[in-house]
Design a protein. Structure first.
Length: 276
């Protein structure tokens, strides 16, 4: 019987040369693994590269699109290669490579796909406010900051059409009323802005205006927030507006930000937030 292992002079063993099929499977696995790594990087890196202005926004989205499709293909190939490796190359270590292909390819496809489904679930708007009839206005200094940052979205509110889209998608975004003096609510709102980790751009107690900005971790997208506190006959009213600097759709980010601010503000005031 032909042995698959031969003895060396040192008494150790070595494997016989791999068959053509074994070599073909092994090299195919390496190529697919390399493609999965590239697909993963094509989805992961555009955000930071856009953030440091190496890639344009269009170039970043194209890279993510190509990476997503490449990830889908490599993940499917990994699923095909898994039983092939089981037949041709027995041993637990051989499953690491196809498993890695499936994981990397799955992430490269899955993350953009989740973004896509999220974008389809919300309207293509980027300006959310608790007061759609008289939204809080950004002061000139923040308007200048947006211009210096090459913001493509105007701070001029979109009117009834935008208000209707917001009301349909986020009917729970409403003004906040408190049986507390405006000064107390202003102080709590300022503490909330700092607690949210936003960048405080301006505070004007005499106007009841607080302006801040929030920057996303991955792409470095910046959204601007203006908070307005006004005295009412039996207390005070607070309105918030959150607007993205770029992009047609905010993927629900501004509405979610306002709701997180609302929840933290009520906690700061020691109050229970009303139900949606």
């Amino acid at each position: 019987m032909q042995q698959t292992k031969t003895e060396t002079e040192a008494g150790h063993t070595r494997r016989a040369p791999r068959s053509v099929i074994e070599q073909l499977v092994l090299w195919t696995l390496y190529v697919v693994l390399a493609a999965a790594v590239l697909a993963f990087l094509a989805v992961l890196l555009p955000g930071p590269l856009f953030h440091i202005r190496v890639l344009s926004l269009g170039g970043a989205f194209r890279s993510i699109t190509y990476g997503a499709y490449a990830g889908l293909v490599t993940a499917l190939l990994g699923l095909v290669l898994l039983p092939v490796v089981w037949v041709v190359h027995r041993g637990a270590r051989r499953f690491i490579a196809p498993a890695l292909v499936i994981v990397l390819g799955g992430i490269a496809w899955g993350v953009p796909y989740m973004w896509l489904k999220k974008g389809e679930s919300v309207p293509p708007i980027n300006d959310i406010t608790t007061d759609t009839r008289n939204p809080p206005q950004f002061l000139p200094d923040v308007v200048a900051l947006r211009a210096a940052a090459h913001a493509t979205n105007s701070t001029v509110y979109g009117g009834p059409k935008l208000a209707a889209l917001q009301k349909k998608a986020y009917p729970y975004i409403r003004p906040m009323f408190f049986k507390l003096p405006a000064s107390e609510v202003f102080t709590a709102a300022l503490r909330t802005v700092k607690g949210m980790g936003w960048k405080l751009d301006s505070e004007h107690p005499h106007l009841g205006i607080i302006e801040a900005s929030s920057t996303t971790f991955w792409f470095g997208f910046t959204d601007d927030v203006v908070i307005r506190i006004e005295s009412e006959a039996d207390g005070s009213r607070l309105d918030v507006r959150s607007e993205s600097r770029i992009g047609e759709s905010d993927f629900g980010r501004n509405a979610a930000r306002i709701m997180r601010f609302r929840a933290m503000l009520y906690r700061k005031l020691g109050l229970r937030a009303p139900a949606r």
